[in-house]
Ligand binder design. Structure first.
Ligand code: SAM
Length: 278
């Protein structure tokens, strides 16, 4: 019998969120692969889990994977945990899970807390479709470039952000995306100073800049997607299409055809055509 790799989520703050199944799994396996063994040993002590811990982090995951696959093949069950929340979500584990899958062995999730999903569930922004962006680049130029690439994304966007960068990050969002988009600051989720607050981007920037407490702890930002109104890029394309059609067709017909081509609203394109002609 070969062993199983269990991918086990741990709490993101409130220890009462941890499931009996997660605790039982960690007690039953032969070894726990943990991102930071010193950090996780406190959690293990609290829950009386005596299973040995083995450090598996970003810097040694590739080299550790072969040894762990061999242990699974020899019949040991193994659990993978990270410092908090769900492993692999802005955390190590992908290379190990891929190696175990590639060896034809079983990977079983033991789900639990994930800061991104907890924040989204309480954000009050559309949640039928969303994207998870993890951490934005730490430096202004890279961060603004990434935000520019995301400017037309219509799905709700979820970001993780470090507390010492939250004000700069919000300032860049205002600069690239404008002041009006709604954003939710989900800070210290499940902990004593939990804050879940929704404001337009510019007001959120002022709120965070005006209160140093909002620049502390762990933070998720949930950002409203681009609205159905056309973005700048869409209008550039629409103007080009209208410009061509208007040389050959009456305005109404040009607007109707441009609507078919661009997917934008006919009335809005007619208004635009009037402006262009004017
Ligand atoms: N794997 C984790 C998960 O499932 O959420 C995320 C790990 S990532 C290295 C750490 C980041 O997650 C933090 O910097 C913060 O952005 C977010 N985070 C973790 N716990 C949080 C909490 N209690 N409240 C708000 N954000 C949290």
């Amino acid at each position: 019998m070969t062993g199983v790799l269990y991918v086990v989520a741990t709490p993101i703050g409130n220890l009462e969120d941890w499931s009996p199944r997660a605790v039982a799994t960690l007690r039953a396996v032969s070894v726990i692969a943990a991102e930071d063994t010193r950090h996780s040993s406190r959690l293990m002590q609290h829950f009386n889990i005596a299973t040995p811990l083995l450090a598996v982090h970003d810097h040694n995951e590739g080299s550790r994977a072969a040894g762990l696959v061999a242990r699974l093949q020899a019949g040991d069950d193994i659990a993978l945990i990270s410092d908090a929340g769900t492993p692999l979500i802005s955390d190590p584990g992908y290379r190990l899970v891929a190696a175990v899958q590639a060896a034809g062995l079983q990977v079983v999730p033991v789900p639990g807390a994930c800061a991104a999903i907890a924040a989204l569930s309480a954000a009050g922004l559309p949640s039928d479709r969303f994207i998870f962006e993890g951490f934005l680049p730490a430096k202004v130029q890279g961060r603004r470039e990434r935000l520019q690439q995301l400017a037309d994304e219509s799905r709700t966007l979820i970001f993780y952000e470090a507390p010492h960068r939250i004000a700069d990050c919000l300032a860049d969002m205002v600069a690239v995306l404008g002041s009006e988009r709604r954003v939710v600051l989900a800070r210290e989720v499940t902990k004593a100073f939990e804050t879940i607050r929704q404001l337009p981007l510019e007001e959120m920037l002022a709120f965070v800049q005006g209160d140093p407490n909002q620049q502390r702890g762990e933070i998720v930002l949930v950002l409203e997607g681009a609205t159905a109104e056309a973005g700048e890029q869409d209008w550039r394309e629409a103007d080009r299409v209208l410009g061509v059609l208007m040389t050959e067709l009456p305005l109404k017909q040009a607007a109707a055809l441009a609507a078919d081509i661009t997917g934008l609203k006919k009335n809005a394109l007619y208004e635009r055509a009037l402006q262009l002609r004017g």
